[in-house]
Design a protein around this ligand. Structure first.
Ligand SMILES: [Zn+2]
Ligand SMILES: [Zn+2]
Length: 349
């Protein structure tokens, strides 16, 4: 039986933490459930999941639907699309069965690339390699989630660039239903010995982007979220604090002003795969703490403040201990408490 390989190449950078990654996780498990009751898909479809942040890795190696168990998604730091693509091409080279004189090889693989951000490294070489070696051998559908994506870069990879505008739960649900339907129509097409790549009709929240019309000078919105990473003083585990941008309009002497600030969206405990998937050389965000509204408790140990900054630059949690120890550099210090509102205090030494 000839296989129809489906690859998911999924951005798991820090901005995906919380709701988006949970939606993707639920979406993938719904896809698998649905395909398990579709006879065509059961016969032909094989699925693999590759994730990328600062590094890339195979989360689920290519396998048939019956033995597929939906994975838990990790989060990493950075958005290295080039490492994601590199990992994908390596995997395709290794796993695809070629057609020879004695055997029929795999159908053209279909790759669904989901990303919500701007690549943090140079993508030129990876895109060139894709276009030279894979563009004709695989079908790539790039889906940009929200409005923070660089669609010009996606447009260099494929003619199929889609935009998911509604990123609430219902938007994601519709979107994953569309992915499921597209896999079903493609596997049906394979059964009839046709092209094996047929996307289902778009839903309301999904639109296709005209590559020709992408404004070459347009800059994606890249600061919808501020994400800060911390280390728990007690458990030594990493966690993230996510703040969402809000613009407040006010009027001063008849002039309309918009003030930008970031409101706490949540704090999330991570596991050690965060470090594995992160680009160690990547810079820390700097943000003026006056722009941040709200301070979470530590999602790892429940300490009252998850947001103390050591002089080494490491954010960590503090509780009611008299002397705090930085889990990163071991520096010991006393933290004062910021009166009224939220104040980040640096240790005195
Ligand atoms: Zn803690
Ligand atoms: Zn430190």
């Amino acid at each position: 039986m000839r296989r129809l390989p489906i690859y998911f190449l999924i951005d798991v950078s820090e901005s995906m933490v919380g709701d988006p990654i949970n939606q993707v996780q639920d979406g993938i498990s719904t896809i698998i459930q649905e395909l398990k009751s579709d006879p065509n898909s059961l016969e032909t479809v094989w699925i693999s999941i590759i994730v990328f942040a600062g590094q890339a890795k195979t989360l689920v190696p290519l396998q048939d639907i019956i033995s597929f168990y939906p994975p838990r998604f990790p989060i990493g730091s950075g958005t290295s699309l080039s490492k994601g693509l590199g990992h994908l091409m390596h995997d395709l080279r290794k796993n695809l069965v070629k057609t020879t004189a004695t055997q029929k090889g795999d159908w053209k693989p279909i790759v669904f690339l989901f990303t919500d951000g701007v690549p943090t490294d140079d993508t030129t070489k990876a895109i060139e390699e894709w276009n030279n070696n894979w563009r004709k051998t695989a079908n790539l559908v790039a889906v940009s989630i929200g409005d923070g994506t660089d669609n010009r870069i996606l447009g260099q990879l494929t003619d199929h660039v889609l935009q998911l505008e509604n990123t609430d739960a219902s938007g994601y649900r519709e979107f994953f239903k569309w992915v499921t339907d597209s896999i079903k129509t493609s596997s049906e097409s394979v059964e009839k010995n046709k092209a094996g790549f047929e996307l289902a009709n778009f839903t309301d929240d999904l639109s296709t982007i005209d590559i020709e019309k992408i404004d070459p000078y347009a800059h994606p919105v890249d600061d919808n979220f501020v994400v800060l990473s911390g280390l728990c003083q007690n458990t030594k585990k990493p966690y993230l604090m996510k703040y969402k941008k809000i613009i407040r309009q006010s009027s001063f002497a008849g002039i309309e002003l918009g003030t930008k600030s970031y409101r706490l969206n949540g704090a999330f405990q991570l596991d050690d795969s965060y470090i594995e998937l992160s680009d160690q050389s990547s810079r820390q965000y700097t943000v003026n703490t006056e722009e941040l509204i709200g301070a979470p408790t530590c999602p790892c140990c429940g300490n009252q403040y998850a947001f103390a900054v050591c002089k080494c630059g490491q954010i960590h949690c503090i509780g009611d201990e008299e002397i705090s120890t930085c889990p990163s550099c071991g520096n010991k210090g006393r933290y004062g408490s910021g009166g009224g509102g939220f104040d980040v205090n640096r240790t005195q030494g």
